[in-house]
Write a protein that binds this ligand. Structure first.
Ligand code: DX5
Ligand code: ZN
Length: 217
């Protein structure tokens, strides 16, 4: 099943609950971009924001930690009620320890890779991740163009996963819209993160339905 995971980065930050209410029955999960102003230039979405949304929605919440030293934040995001935490491979030397910490909290463990970060770095940790988040844009901002070379990376990851007989899901994140969503799905991503295409449209729920129709055709 293909999952449409909606990024709140381009939503009206002054009305997050209302924005999610508008689309909650059409989407499969929420993708919440956490930024610390160091790993990426912008600052956004702390655990308290997630906590305040959690009680209103039963949707799966995925926290995308674009932060340095993510090991310092696992406890707070796990207790905020997220269902998965994506840490960036580039953000800590203690990858394995952090993945264990996430799973120990009963949360799905995800690794996010920046566009230039090669898949071979995952060689020793494939068995310890539930979701691989392949950045199809440079992290830190919504509304960017998808980087075409990242589609090959998704295909390569999908091939590795099937050859190893793993149950790791691939999520693609950034620049996904009606013109490329089919290609991203075909490359092997089953959790598709979409932000600006939805929230910059005049009818976000309709935009979600259009995307879903495109991938299900
Ligand atoms: C970028 C974020 C993405 C982004 C997706 O750093 O990780 O989740 O918000 O939004 P769009 O679809 O606008 O690229
Ligand atoms: Zn993201």
């Amino acid at each position: 099943m293909t999952e449409l995971s909606v990024s709140l980065l381009s939503a009206d930050q002054g009305n997050l609950r209302g924005e999610v209410e508008r689309i909650k029955d059409t989407i499969d999960s929420l993708h919440i971009d956490v930024m610390d102003g160091h790993f990426v230039p912008e600052i956004g979405f702390g655990a308290s924001v997630i906590e305040s949304l959690r009680s209103h929605f039963s949707l799966p919440f995925y926290a995308h930690l674009m932060v340095e030293k993510p090991e310092r934040h696992i406890r707070s995001f796990a207790s905020a009620g997220v269902d998965a935490i994506f840490i960036h491979y580039e953000s800590t030397p203690h990858i394995f320890r952090v993945l264990e910490k996430i799973r120990d909290k009963g949360v799905k463990a995800g690794i996010a890779l920046n566009p230039a970060t090669p898949l071979c770095l995952l060689e020793e940790i494939w068995d310890f991740i539930d979701i691989l988040l392949i950045m199809t844009v440079n992290p830190g901002y919504g509304g960017q163009e998808l980087l075409p070379f990242t589609l090959k990376k998704i295909e390569k990851a999908s091939k590795i996963i099937s050859e190893k007989g793993l149950s790791v899901k691939i999520s693609a994140d950034g620049g996904i819209n009606i013109n490329n969503i089919k290609k991203v799905r075909k490359a092997g991503a089953s959790i598709l993160v979409v932000g600006s295409y939805i929230f910059e449209s005049d009818d976000p729920a309709r935009a979600v339905k259009t995307l879903r129709k495109e991938i299900e055709e």
